[in-house]
Write a protein that binds this ligand. Structure first.
Ligand SMILES: *Cc1c(COP(=O)(O)O)cnc(C)c1O
Length: 403
């Protein structure tokens, strides 16, 4: 089945009782035994729930995995994946990974539970140099956040597999519609389903998909033992969101292309980071391993924080908010928002300066999105701050920060 068909039918045929087209919501913590030692497949929702299973089955099929677990957040997915490994394991991780992932790695390292090296994984020499006798896993985010660097998954999978390392890919930025890490050599795929997979900004959730039966067995055990599983209603909402994922990704990408093109021509933009641009250093690799370039666009502004602040206060359709992957467009400042949890030295190493702005481009009409950016950029030079103050009424200045 084509992924579009698989997703449109997501969860159908899971209702043996009444043949409902929409998968039923089993909002029940407990299931009655038929007889001593005999259940209908479920006994207690932490260990298994039919609504959660419907979501897990679709995710595993989409990725071509042996199994999946749906978890209570993307960070629960990250911590459940890390919990698969023994104490003292050394991990190698993308140096520009999600801020919360970096924070958790450092927290567990400081507690003496694991070791971690943050490496620029576009540099294969640096990767092989970082491998230690106790290295067991490689943690990759591609495209990375927020600068959308591309890691060649074929190349890192070759290194991982010759050295016996488990390759874990956080595929949140693309979703299974635009990249299938297991087919490119990954062993585990991690998602924040909060983002594109659910796509409607109304659920915080996560998932891990295992490539092999052996890993899946450990994964199911760990999710149940740690109790990081997702609630039935959240799974039901994510299943509904999934149905339109291919359509949404198509529109996100079309809009992101147009926004990236607009930004490259704007005099107040110094740099645009979008893998769909031929000038992006990862463009060729992205074109090979992805089925599209996604809906995230970042850029560096000329003129520093004054211009950045002006822009963040002035957009009306792009909401000033963290997160990404919902149908509505968002704008944010990585250095003080999404990546504030990252240590400053790590942020600097990853190239996340104060001038970088990140957009999650939604599915709105592109004319409205471009008009919104155009008016927001209309920066009164030369002294932006004083000119901004003079040009806005007190009411506008107070509401400006949140709209
Ligand atoms: C948001 C995000 C996470 C964490 O997910 P939550 O659902 O917020 O816990 C992990 N990885 C990436 C790439 C993300 O964007």
């Amino acid at each position: 089945m084509h992924p579009r068909t698989l997703l449109a039918l997501a969860g159908q045929q899971t209702d043996g009782a009444y043949n409902s087209i929409v998968p039923p919501l089993y909002q029940s913590a407990i299931f009655r035994f038929e007889d001593l030692g005999l259940t209908k497949g479920f006994d207690y929702t932490r260990s298994g729930n039919p609504t959660r299973k419907a979501l897990e089955d679709v995710l595993a099929r989409l990725e071509g995995g042996a199994g999946a677990v749906a978890l209570t957040s993307g960070m629960a997915a990250v911590s459940t994946a890390l919990a698969l490994f023994d104490a003292g394991t050394h991990f190698i991780c993308s140096h520009d990974c999600y801020g919360g992932t970096e924070r958790l790695f450092c927290h567990l390292r400081d507690q003496g539970k694991l070791e971690v090296s943050f490496i620029d994984l576009t540099d294969l020499h640096a990767l092989t140099e970082a491998i230690r006798p106790n290295t067991r896993a490689l943690w990759v985010e591609t495209p990375s956040n927020p600068l959308l660097r591309i890691v060649d998954l074929d190349a890192v999978a070759a290194v991982a597999h010759t050295r016996g390392l488990t390759l874990i890919v956080d595929n949140t930025f693309l979703s299974p519609v635009l990249q299938q890490p297991l087919a490119l050599g990954a062993d585990l795929v991690v998602y924040s389903t909060t983002k594109y997979i659910n796509g409607h900004s109304d659920v915080v959730g996560g998932a891990v998909i295992a490539g092999s039966e052996a890993l899946n067995e450990r994964l199911q055990f760990t999710a149940n033992a740690h109790g990081t599983i997702a609630q039935p209603f959240d799974c039901w909402l994510v299943l509904r969101g999934l149905k339109t994922l291919p359509l949404r990704m198509k529109q996100h990408e079309e809009n992101a292309h147009a926004v990236a093109g607009f930004l490259t021509r704007h005099p107040q933009v110094a740099d645009v980071f979008y893998p769909g641009l031929a000038s992006h250093p990862g463009h060729a690799v992205a074109a090979r391993q992805q089925q599209g370039f996604g809906g995230m666009v970042s850029f560096a502004v000329r003129g520093g924080r004054d211009v950045v602040n002006h822009l963040l206060r002035r957009t009306r359709i792009f909401s000033l908010a963290e997160s990404l992957g919902g149908v509505e467009s968002l704008i944010e400042h990585p250095a003080t928002m999404s990546h504030a949890s990252m240590r400053p030295e790590q942020r600097a190493a990853a190239g996340i300066t104060d001038s970088v702005v990140r957009l999650s481009v939604g599915i709105e009409c592109i004319d409205d999105l471009l008009a919104d950016l155009e008016q927001a950029f209309d920066v009164p030079a030369p002294s932006i701050r004083s000119a901004y103050r003079a040009a806005t009424t007190p009411t506008e200045a107070t509401v400006g920060a949140v709209t």
